[in-house]
Design a protein around this ligand. Structure first.
Ligand code: CTP
Length: 407
């Protein structure tokens, strides 16, 4: 099966105007532009005269694959796209870095160059990413202007605190471009899971043999992390309970790292009262070492070593027994009789939906960036999805949650 990797970017088809003001952080806006285009966004860059002194427009032009706009009176371009058309075509307007000057102009309705004029003409949501010296940041005039803009529905991303380019310390640092990117993704996503609290479990659990060794499994955590990231983007409060993986916690998600099946059980069940949707994507160990060694075993002691294993408790079955009004979704990782086994788990664990995947296929299951799943629901519906990136599989699973909640 060919995997549908095209159109995989989380910002595919989104039109973003990136306004760049003059400041030392301009070079970091280049990185932000790279993240946006990589995610599939069409980015139209507008630079102020001062921004052009820090980084040449050619850098932005190359990365956005479009001419960079600066001049309000460039009539040839004005006919072609024009500031009004730029303002109208935007799904989102981002000003990064936003200087005190631009913020002041925006708050007072001053439109005296292409960026401030385009900003006046847009109806798109606007995100300001201020970056400046700490004294300017703390200036009550700037703060008043920001309050005014926020009161009018503009979104302000607070700058970071740390060593500033001017040699001082304090608040005013341009945020990490990844953080700005996460904010932009959130602003552009449908927020159809607002009001839900989604708990996702992810990754393997590992069971100690001695302080240095364990029994684990091949789960990478990618499917569960994708689910948590997308649930958050769709507006849900999201809790991610994850066994050991090498993945970074997605932005905005409450991250609860655990190690063993029992730790995962306690972390999940302990939070259940606050949760409206549970998605158990973790590959929870079915057995653990009955009596783990408290000190590291020496080689000589391992001759003919036998480990006695005992069963762990089934977290999902326990949740199914105390379901209340929650939506409960499980996974069925199978190497044979996929649908039959998945159906059995759906019924036995009292689930609303089971996501079945055949872990013997190279494009699916453990470690892969893609997955091929069949969604089986309690009402008998059965849908096999094509091979998709795990984030898109996550979108489709969460579409089911949103649809169920609309009923
Ligand atoms: N699960 C769980 N607690 C366990 C084992 C599994 O909550 N101790 C959950 C998994 O997170 C998954 C679902 O149950 O959502 C099915 O897991 P899977 O390993 O496919 O099936 P098992 O029920 O363990 O059955 P088997 O290993 O026999 O296939």
């Amino acid at each position: 099966m060919n995997c549908l990797k095209e159109n995989a970017g989380s910002l595919d088809g989104k039109k973003i105007v990136l306004g760049v003001c003059g400041g030392i952080a301009v070079y970091k806006a280049v990185e932000l532009l790279r993240l946006l285009t990589k995610a599939g966004a069409e980015v139209f860059v507008v630079m102020t005269e001062n921004a052009r002194r820090f980084v040449t427009p050619l850098t932005f032009q190359t990365l956005s694959r479009r001419p960079v706009h600066s001049d309000l009176f460039d009539l040839i371009r004005e006919q072609d796209i024009g500031h009004i058309s730029l303002a109208e075509r935007a799904d989102l307007f981002v000003i990064a870095p936003a200087t005190a000057n631009l913020i002041g102009k925006a708050a007072c309705g001053i439109a005296d160059d292409l960026l401030s004029t385009t900003l006046m003409a847009t109806r798109a949501p606007v995100l300001f990413v201020p970056a400046m010296n700490v004294n300017m940041w703390e200036n009550p005039i700037l703060q008043e202007n920001l309050r005014k803009l926020a009161g009018l529905g503009r979104r302000i991303l607070e700058p970071d605190t740390g060593a500033l380019a001017c040699g001082t310390e304090g608040q005013g640092k341009f945020p990490d471009p990844q953080r700005i990117f996460a904010e932009i993704e959130g602003l552009l996503h449908d927020r159809d899971l607002l009001g839900e609290t989604v708990l996702v479990s992810a990754g393997p659990t590992v069971e100690k043999i001695d302080p240095a060794r364990f029994i684990g499994n091949f789960s990478s955590g990618k499917m569960g992390f994708a689910l948590a990231r997308i649930a958050r983007l769709r507006g849900a409060r999201t809790i991610l309970v994850a066994g050991p993986t090498s993945l970074p916690a997605p932005a905005g998600v409450e991250f609860v790292p655990v190690v063993s099946a029992e730790e995962m059980r306690q972390a999940v069940l302990g939070r259940l009262a606050e949760v409206s949707v549970v998605i158990m994507a973790a590959a929870v160990a079915d057995f653990r070492v009955a009596e783990p060694f408290s000190r590291k075993l020496k080689k000589e002691e391992t001759e003919g070593l036998t480990l006695r294993l005992e069963k762990t408790l089934d977290i999902l079955a326990e949740i199914g027994r105390n379901k209340g009004g929650r939506l409960v979704i499980g996974f069925a990782a199978e190497s044979e009789n996929l649908l039959e086994n998945a159906r059995r788990k759906l019924a036995a664990k009292n689930l609303d939906l089971v996501v079945a995947n055949d872990i013997t296929r190279p494009e699916a299951g453990f470690g892969a960036d893609t997955n091929i799943v069949t969604l089986l629901s309690a009402d008998g519906d059965c849908e096999t999805l094509p091979c998709l990136p795990k984030e898109q599989v996550a979108e489709r699973i969460l579409d089911r949650v949103a649809a169920e909640r609309r009923r």
